[in-house]
Design a protein around this ligand. Structure first.
Ligand SMILES: NC(=O)CC[C@H](N)C(=O)O
Length: 520
């Protein structure tokens, strides 16, 4: 099991890299995070919702993700309230204290059943903890760190982040706050995000090993520009300005408080001519070529944020500019309409209604059923998205994605707008999805992951280029291949820094040199 001395020390990325290493070494690994608090989610093949990071880790393992890999997902909404998703479907809306008092005592069985199923199916189950195991106020009801390691009788590797400083204090302090039997589970440390001179660090490592009797398994270099999907929005703090250097297309994603599934825009930011910025105020909005309203766990609450922050107004004046497009995905799509209502209080624990931004003749009602499903199809109306390319190629252009929403959106004046896609859910009939203004200036869709469709992504960007008087770019990349290459790159980096022989020993598995597995 991998645990960390704090949040964001790199547990998820290291877990992903280890998943890939074990796969490369000829094992069948699977990831497991008993409980995850995140707004970036992933839809499994059978239409269930889990944390995005576990979905990506399953991909690194080369297997289909299932809800056993993340049986409990907490999606924070508002005022200490969260939606609790159990085995991929919403179970309840709860306050933090209710969750602790009423849910957690019952959760052990759910967690252990899921883990045991994975253990029966796979050679190695890589468990990932959450936050720090030394939060003494939370320890009695813990189901995700040391209690889980105990129930599963698993060794623990403790990860700490040296980039923020205080790495020795974090490690020694964590051990100090654990029970002796918990300390005994810790079989090694990983020091992550190191940028300095290893020889200067060595005396500290020797001291640490001597003081604790626990080995340092590796010091991992700071890996730049990691392109593995992020678990949650901490990473967005570093994306205010996007990448350094001027790019021809400037895309502004509105970062509202409950932004969800912002991984939707990762594939855009990897195009050579694009800069993606995450903005929270009218000043930051600047003069982008497209404004992207992303998904949100709390559409009505985040709409209020747009109004209070002055962004509604700023977005409207920027959208007036000739070539600029305003695009909404999922919650952002719902906002583009005229009216929203939540009669069952599914979004924020209170019944509410709101006026939308009013760009499209749509209204959305939030229902108790959550739609979580993969979808695929093709473009139906290229003009409503301002796609670039000749008619034949664009009209049959494939699109893939997934839906995660409780809102149902209806159009009450189909003459004013055009449907964007014809898509189908697995085994279902094709239907029209997404609406846009006939001139393609404003459009929205429920399809998350849309920009991972390579041809579509490039054609949309080329449409924006055309609007700016720039020549189209022919080249694009395969989002799928890029993801695979990134798993390999991060695995390679981990392998060269980590004592894998010892890691296998800790797991009780005899080390096999990767070179020799070919003939096994
Ligand atoms: N993924 C999303 O953006 C969800 C939008 C909205 N919160 C809904 O559930 O309908």
């Amino acid at each position: 099991m991998l645990q960390g001395t704090a949040s964001d020390v790199g547990k998820s990325v290291i877990t992903t890299a280890l998943c890939r290493i074990f796969k490369q070494d000829g094992f069948r690994p699977a990831p497991f995070k008993s409980q995850n608090m995140a707004l970036n989610s992933y839809v499994t093949e059978d239409g269930k919702e889990i944390g995005r990071a576990q979905g990506a880790q399953a991909e690194a393992c080369g297997i289909e993700a299932t809800t056993d890999m993340n049986p409990i997902l907490i999606k924070p909404v508002r005022d200490m309230h969260s939606q609790i998703v159990v085995h991929g479907v919403p179970f309840a809306q709860m306050s933090a204290s209710d969750y602790r008092q009423h849910f957690l005592p019952e959760a052990k069985q759910t967690v252990m059943d899921a883990l045991n199923r994975l253990r029966k199916t796979y050679d190695i189950v890589l468990m990932e903890g959450a936050g720090s195991p030394a939060e003494i106020n939370l320890k009695d009801r813990d189901i995700v760190n040391m209690n889980l390691a105990g129930w599963a009788d698993s060794p623990v590797i403790l990860i700490s982040d040296i980039d923020r400083g205080g790495v020795f204090a974090s490690i020694v302090g964590t051990l100090e706050l654990l029970e002796p039997h918990e300390v005994q589970r810790v079989k090694g440390f990983i020091i992550n995000k190191f940028r300095g001179d290893l020889s200067l660090l060595q005396p500290g490592l020797d001291w640490l090993e001597e003081r604790t009797g626990i080995p340092v398994l590796g010091v991992l270099p700071y890996i730049r520009d990691i392109q593995i999907e992020a678990e949650d929005s901490v990473v967005l703090d570093s994306m205010r300005h996007g990448r350094s250097g001027k790019r021809e297309l400037d895309l502004a994603v509105i970062r509202y408080p409950r932004i969800s599934n912002f991984t939707d825009f990762d594939s855009l930011s990897r195009e050579p001519d694009v800069n993606v910025r995450y903005v929270t105020s009218p000043e930051e909005l600047g003069q982008p070529d497209a404004i992207l309203l992303p998904g949100t766990k709390d559409t009505i609450g985040d709409l209020a944020f747009l109004r209070e922050s002055g962004l509604e107004q700023a977005i409207a004046s920027q959208t007036e500019r000739d070539h600029v497009q305003l695009v909404g995905i999922c919650g952002g799509y719902q906002m583009l309409g005229q009216h929203l209502k939540d009669p069952f209080a599914v979004e924020a624990n209170q019944i509410q209604e709101a006026r939308g931004l009013g760009w499209l003749p749509l209204s959305t009602t939030f229902l108790e059923h959550k739609q979580t499903v993969r979808a695929s199809g093709h473009v139906q109306q290229r003009h409503s998205i301002r796609l670039y390319g000749d008619q034949d190629s664009v009209d049959s252009m494939p699109v893939n994605g997934y839906e995660i929403h409780m809102g149902v959106t209806e159009c009450h004046d189909a003459k004013q707008v055009t449907a964007l896609f014809e898509i189908a859910h697995p085994g279902g009939q094709p239907f029209q999805e997404g609406w846009g203004s006939p001139d393609g200036k404003v459009w929205g869709t429920y399809l998350h992951g849309l920009f991972e469709s390579d041809q579509f992504r490039r054609s949309w960007l080329n449409g924006l280029r055309q609007g700016k008087g720039l020549a189209p770019l022919q080249e694009t990349y395969s989002a799928h291949e890029r993801k695979e290459m990134e798993f390999d790159r991060v695995a390679e980096s981990l392998r060269s820094a980590l004592d894998m022989k010892r890691v296998y020993e800790i797991m009780g598995i005899q080390y096999r040199d990767p070179a020799s597995t070919v003939n096994d």
